[in-house]
Design a protein around this ligand. Structure first.
Ligand code: GLN
Length: 492
């Protein structure tokens, strides 16, 4: 088996190879570590690599496989976004504030996936505290897009998406507060799933905006995302917002028969602002679904244009509260020789947090201040309800809502960094899904001038299955998801 076959195989394929003993988890893990060594210097997708720990769990997985005692992901190498607490392994959240933070416990996602037998290779780079759409806010430097090194990989889970696209691991995790799984998946040509809010426990995920944050998988296929979702989902006593619902076997239940599926196309997404090339790719993907038996129906989400403004009140407000804990006293970065307590707070936070995080804290604190609370935060909550209602009404007519995942392909470094509003527009098609707590998925829909673009599929609450089915069918009928970047230029 050549390394390149292994490095581009899907999790489902690798599971079979491991089960048949055609490859060992140790060999597979070594191949991934070699790929990380060869490409990470150019890409900067990973902050921490754990080779010894990984090889040790790979050997343990091999002995389980030999005994025929494997679980759903036994021996599969994986990288976690560096927002998930990992016991004994540094967890930075892309920030100087947590540069030296070594958690004493695993996030529930991490422990659940461990229990399913994954081999953790390390932790992926990300925008600082998951705030950004380009990975340019990371304290650990930008991540390069493997399809074009002069472009961003998207964000905030850009390290995860770039690592996956490069073959560093067949499975990665991300979190999505406003688009951070779907947008980088789109820009790096991989499949990414944001589950319904509450489907996956948030315990041990460093909090950004608690009412929006949700963890999910990114992989090479929708089938792999289905496998990973079942492994990570479920009610957790440690997270009172996790849903008390049984976790289906999403993989076992995959059904590519789309006969009768009604797909809604929001007029507000397919308007004159939609880039013509993106529209062409998205429509090409949708016509494949139509050929497979789905029908396309025009729908309205009349309050869509309020999503960005609403999100950028609610998310910073929640972030300002969540980030208050980093005070330089209990844990995290502390400035040198503070002259008094106020100096300690002030300098620890000014030096520990980057510019975008500070901007969010300022906006959020303002929106929550006594004089403006009603005008901003309460108003945003009301609009959030109206946006959620739009989706509820649309789902009376259709089973799935489709649109682009991002307004364009990957853009050059620096192109949007000086203009926060231009950057915020990157999530114009994804944010509302978080505001409404719905599941959303991005699946590759071909290339525009050599750069990937994604189709977004949005589902009813807790109906991840239907969007996984549709993406699965698309991946049976087309080969867009198998396109890979040319890595010759970056492999050292
Ligand atoms: N780009 C959005 C933001 O900066 C969303 C980020 C996310 O989903 N974590 O807030």
């Amino acid at each position: 088996m050549t390394d390149s076959t292994l490095l581009h195989a899907s999790v489902s394929h690798l599971r079979q190879l491991l089960k048949d003993r055609a490859v060992s988890s140790e060999e597979l893990t070594e191949a991934c570590l070699k790929q990380i060594n060869a490409t990470n210097e150019a890409l900067n997708a990973i902050i921490t690599v754990c080779p010894e720990q990984a090889l040790e769990s790979a050997r343990a997985a091999d002995s389980q496989l030999a005994k025929g005692e494997s679980k759903s992901l036994t021996g599969i190498p994986l990288l976690h976004k560096d927002i998930f607490c990992t016991r004994g392994v540094r967890t930075t959240c892309g920030s100087r504030m947590l540069e030296q933070f070594v958690p004493a416990y695993d996030a529930t996602v991490v422990s659940k996936m461990k229990a399913e037998g994954v081999v953790m290779l390390g932790k992926c780079n990300m925008d600082e505290f998951a705030m950004g759409s380009s990975n340019e806010t990371s304290f650990f430097g930008t991540v390069k897009n493997p399809w074009d090194l002069s472009c961003v990989p998207g964000g905030s889970s850009g390290g995860s998406a770039a690592a996956l696209a490069t073959g560093m691991a067949p499975l990665v995790t991300g979190t999505d507060t406003g688009g951070s799984i779907r947008q980088p998946a789109s820009l790096c040509g991989v499949t990414g799933l944001k589950p319904t809010y509450g489907r996956v426990s948030r315990l041990g995920i460093i909090a950004f905006a608690s009412s929006l944050d949700q963890a999910g998988p990114m992989a090479r296929t929708a089938e792999d995302c289905a496998l990973a979702l079942t492994a990570m989902a479920g009610m957790d006593d440690g997270d009172s917002t996790s849903a008390n619902l049984p976790v289906p076997d999403f993989h076992g239940a995959l059904n590519p028969n789309l006969q009768g599926l009604r797909i809604g196309l929001p007029r507000e997404y397919f308007n004159d602002d939609l880039n013509a090339d993106v529209r062409a790719r998205v429509m090409a993907a949708l016509s494949e679904l139509e050929k497979a038996g789905a029908s396309l129906i025009d729908i309205d989400l009349p309050h869509s244009h309020y999503a960005i403004a609403t999100y950028y009140v609610i998310a910073p407000a929640e972030a300002s509260a969540n980030l208050a804990r980093y005070d330089g006293v209990r844990f995290g970065y502390r400035c040198e020789q503070p002259s008094d307590l106020e100096d300690l707070y002030l300098r620890s936070r000014s030096e520990g947090f980057g510019e975008e995080v500070q901007r969010r804290i300022l906006v959020g604190t303002y929106a929550l201040s006594a004089g403006f609370y009603d005008a901003y935060f309460n108003k945003a909550q009301q609009v959030r309800r109206v946006i959620t209602e739009d989706f509820r009404r649309a789902f009376e007519q259709v089973d799935v809502i489709a649109g682009p995942s991002a307004p364009g392909v990957a853009f050059p470094f620096g192109a949007k960094q000086q203009d926060p509003i231009a950057m915020y527009m990157e999530d114009i098609y994804t944010l509302a899904v978080n505001l409404a707590g719905l599941p959303g998925l991005s699946t590759p829909a071909g290339l525009i001038n050599g750069m990937p673009v994604g189709l977004q599929l949005i589902g009813k609450p807790f109906d991840e299955q239907t969007i996984l089915n549709a993406a699965h069918r698309l991946q049976i009928d087309t080969d867009w998801h198998t396109a890979r970047p040319n890595l010759e230029a970056i492999t050292s």
